[in-house]
Design a protein around this ligand. Structure first.
Ligand SMILES: Nc1ncnc2c1ncn2[C@@H]1O[C@H](COP(=O)(O)OP(=O)(O)OP(=O)(O)O)[C@@H](O)[C@H]1O
Ligand SMILES: [Mg+2]
Length: 511
């Protein structure tokens, strides 16, 4: 569908880090009004390419970028050049300030008119309303960002990227680095519609995502990277998911999911809630057994994450009984839960869980330090060997175990956090969106690793917006709606279609 005149041409972009080549002479063009998907496994170079185009991380010399009639060599591409030529970016994990208002968040964008050093609140709100309306984002500028739905937060981030100062030229290309990674399934459509609208107005769009179904539905063309090399650039028309996977992974995936354990292998009750009221949770009762994966399905705000946090000592309980390993507990801090063999892989990993200035090795052992420290110091060689073991197990891509966490790709950081908790051999494993942003190949590995922990007897509670994943991984799924359990699904009912129906039915009943 791309028109003859490209919005953006990328030629021979390379980037070398101390650990090796992250990009190797990548070239493609994005047509005006075309949605061009940029695909590849975790660590294949997608975000690195985005950062080079934005001028925030200099690429190696030798490459060129053309916008309209103007070309620049990649090494002299600055953020100012990009902005001036109408290139706009929403980076992976965009800077969203959840306790500030929408208007203040918008103002954090580059180049908001602020000529006199400050702007009146009324003027700011008015201006922001204008921008939001233009992109059909239905939120108030005075709303607190953290109160918005994730889709709306992402839309604000996109509107922020697309706002234009007086005298600035038209936007030529918008680059979106995994805008839907943290988006619940039901909100993805809203965002995709907004992206299509932007494309229809003539903007060329580079779209990064690990959700292949979504990629197939939205893109006109695509480029696949593998280990920094361009594997293919082609039209997206008629491409099958199987073909996409073959391009991305380099080989067909033998088995995507994991085998469900038969009911007979379920062991004793490891954890239990009995009439629990906690935060949004209302009168919740259920148990989870050794060797079982209990899935939790529900919309955003249903209380999914709070349910996990209640077992982890980070959500206060108002009423009811929480039982872990046969003992009623009153947890007030995560360390108390950890001492009882509970592990939580939280949803918001970059904020909650990773230490970006520390090495992969240190991040891996953050939850297990006592095993490595004797008399106060950490046994370095042992720690290092264990870290390398985890890196192989989880196929974590980093140049060594001493690489800084901040040098890892987004998906690889997530794998480090997952690995960190699995190494504790938890009795109760709490997983909040464990494969968000994890590529299709590594996802299969992660499933196997989770499955292994479960076979070793861990009781697992899995929260996921990916209902396909939930149906495939879980032995049993509870539907949570507005803090209440509204249904339990087992056996043949465990398919994506049925779960989707139940989740949405529960929502309709609330209305
Ligand atoms: N600052 C850095 N220092 C060293 N290596 C880096 C740095 N930034 C990125 N890399 C490496 O470059 C490679 C590509 O990373 P990049 O973030 O571009 O991957 P990605 O395709 O965006 O992956 P994901 O899907 O996980 O977001 C990775 O191997 C990563 O470890
Ligand atoms: Mg990335």
């Amino acid at each position: 569908m791309s028109s003859p005149e490209p919005a953006l041409v990328v030629r021979n972009i390379s980037k070398t880090f101390a650990g090796g080549k992250a990009l190797d002479s990548v070239s493609f063009e994005v047509g005006r009004g075309s949605i061009h998907a940029l695909l590849g496994a975790n660590g294949s170079g997608k975000s690195t390419l985005v950062k080079s185009l934005a001028g925030v991380q200099p690429a190696d010399s030798g490459g060129f970028v053309t916008v309209g009639a103007e070309t620049t060599s990649i090494e002299s591409l600055t953020p100012a050049w990009a902005r001036k030529h109408g290139l706009r970016f929403v980076h992976q994990n965009p800077g969203i300030f959840s306790d500030m208002t929408v208007a203040d968040n918008m103002r954090m964008g580059v180049g908001f008119p602020n000529r006199f050093g400050s702007v009146s609140r009324a003027a700011l709100n008015k201006q922001v309303t204008g921008v939001l309306e233009q992109f059909e984002v239905e939120v108030l500028p005075t709303a607190i960002m953290g109160d918005l739905r994730v889709a709306d937060q992402t839309m604000v981030a996109i509107a922020r990227a697309l706002q234009r100062d007086e005298g600035e030229r038209e936007i030529s290309a918008l680059v979106l680095d995994e805008p839907t990674a943290s988006l619940p399934e039901e909100e993805v459509e809203i965002l995709l519609a907004a992206i299509k609208r932007a494309a229809r107005s003539g903007v060329g769009i580079i779209y990064i995502s690990h959700r292949l179904e979504e990629v197939r539905s939205i893109s006109d063309a695509l480029t696949v990277l593998r280990d920094g090399r361009e594997i293919i650039t082609r039209s997206a028309e008629g491409i099958t998911e199987r073909e996409l996977i073959a391009y991305i992974v380099g080989q067909p995936l033998s088995q995507m999911g994991a085998q469900r354990v038969s009911k007979a292998e379920r062991g004793h009750v490891v954890a239990q809630m009995d009439g629990v009221w906690a935060g949004p949770l209302k009168d919740v009762s259920f148990d989870v057994r050794a060797g079982e994966i209990l899935g939790i399905a529900g919309l955003l705000g249903s209380g999914r994450s709070e349910l996990l946090k209640t077992f982890f000592g980070s959500q206060a309980v108002a009423r009811g009984r929480v039982v872990i390993a046969g003992e009623e507990v009153e947890l007030s801090r995560p360390i108390e839960a950890m001492n009882r063999g509970v592990a939580l892989v939280p949803e918001n990993r970059d904020v909650d869980a990773s230490f970006s200035d520390l090495s992969v090795r240190e991040n891996l052992s953050a939850a297990t330090v006592s095993r490595f420290s004797r008399f106060g110091w950490i046994r370095g060689a042992y720690e290092s060997a264990e870290a390398r073991h985890s890196m192989t197990d989880f196929s974590i891509k980093a140049h060594s175990d001493s690489a800084l966490m901040s040098s890892l790709s987004g998906g690889n950081r997530q794998k480090v956090i997952l690995a960190r908790w699995m190494r504790r051999h938890p009795k109760l494993l709490l997983l909040d969106e464990p494969t968000q942003g994890v590529d299709i190949g590594a996802r299969a590995d992660a499933y196997q690793i989770i499955r292994r922990a479960v076979d070793d007897g861990a009781a697992t509670i899995l929260v996921s917006s990916d209902l396909e994943e939930l149906a495939e991984m879980s032995d049993r799924v509870l539907i949570l709606s507005n803090g209440r359990i509204t249904a339990e699904v087992t056996g043949d009912g465990l398919n994506r279609h049925h779960l989707t129906e139940l989740v949405f039915m529960a929502r309709e009943e609330l209305k």
